[in-house]
Write a protein that binds this ligand. Structure first.
Ligand SMILES: C[S@@+](CC[C@H](N)C(=O)[O-])C[C@H]1O[C@@H](n2cnc3c(N)ncnc32)[C@H](O)[C@@H]1O
Length: 273
């Protein structure tokens, strides 16, 4: 017996750039869903969504919950996911739209999908074009060349992490570096200095780092600012900034493993005879 409930959830990404970065499948869900519930900060993208959706609910206002005593971003994200679930329980096909990729540094869609499935609803995520995809294209770096580590800045700061400075490092949300209250959306020089001091365990202070901000519409320029690691505390960091740290050292051969691998080489048939 099929016990799946009537409501359906599809989480989609709108891409980073207004026009052109939305996948056809995301567009078709936005157009056909009973309701589009969105947290898309770009005002042009928002206006467009409002025009296309049958019903449109904007979640951005929920961020002001953080100003309430005793509440923080986690409560905001919970309330956003709960709103999605409410409409699902009403039997609607809900399209939840987030900028970039809906599942990359976007916990709301993961929460909503897990809750929806636990309640017996169909819930899926469609991939979108993320900030990381854009930076690979705009800066011209291939994660496959030296490998890539990608993590949230404050998470890197407060946990014991082992970095490999011979690979590329992407730090997300450096504009919120060290913000532990989960109520504010900024950082300051003292916190950035702590970040620099921690990074200096693995990178020279003169190492070149990149502040990246993808253009989100055709009138905006993409920011690719190169600076020395030690100058980061004085730099202008915004909520949309991503910190890119190219490799500082060349890859070193692990000779022991190479020798083991060579020993496993299958001998040609003639030798084996
Ligand atoms: C909550 S995450 C959202 C990521 C988004 N879901 C995606 O797929 O890229 C916010 C972080 O994404 C990155 N980001 C957002 N907008 C960006 C932009 N226009 N350019 C570069 N990075 C951006 C920044 O690191 C920012 O702090």
């Amino acid at each position: 017996m099929n016990t799946q409930k009537i409501g359906k959830l599809i989480c989609v990404g709108t891409g980073m750039r207004m026009a052109g970065q939305m996948t056809p499948i995301a567009l078709s869900h936005i157009e056909t869903a009973d309701v589009v519930i969105a947290a898309v900060p770009n005002p042009f993208a928002r206006k467009w969504l409002q025009g296309v959706a049958k019903e449109y609910i904007c979640l951005l206002g929920y961020y002001s919950d953080c100003e309430v005593e005793g509440k923080n971003r986690r409560d905001t994200y919970r309330r956003m996911a709960d709103t999605i679930l409410e409409h699902l329980r009403a039997g609607k096909t809900v399209c939840a739209a987030f900028y970039g990729h809906p599942g990359i540094f976007a916990c709301i869609s993961h929460m909503a999908i897990a809750d929806a499935r636990a309640e017996g609803f169909s819930a899926v995520m469609e991939p979108g074009i993320s900030a990381e995809d854009c930076l690979v294209a705009d800066i011209g770096i291939d994660p496959g060349k030296f490998g890539m580590q990608s993590m949230e800045t404050t998470q890197y700061m407060i946990y014991q992490r082992k970095l490999d400075p011979s690979s590329l490092l992407i730090l997300w949300q450096p504009g919120l570096a060290g913000e532990l209250s989960l109520k504010r959306f900024d950082t300051n020089q003292a916190r950035l200095q702590i970040l620099v001091d921690k990074l200096a365990r693995d990178y020279p202070l003169e190492h070149e780092v990149i502040l990246y901000e993808a253009a989100t519409h055709p009138l905006e320029a993409t920011r690719i600012d190169r600076l020395m690691l030690k100058d980061l505390p004085q730099a202008r960091l915004q909520q949309i900034t991503t910190l890119v740290i190219p490799p500082a050292y060349t890859l070193q051969i692990d000779q022991e493993i190479v020798d083991l691998l060579k020993a496993t080489t299958i001998a040609p048939l003639a030798d084996a005879a």
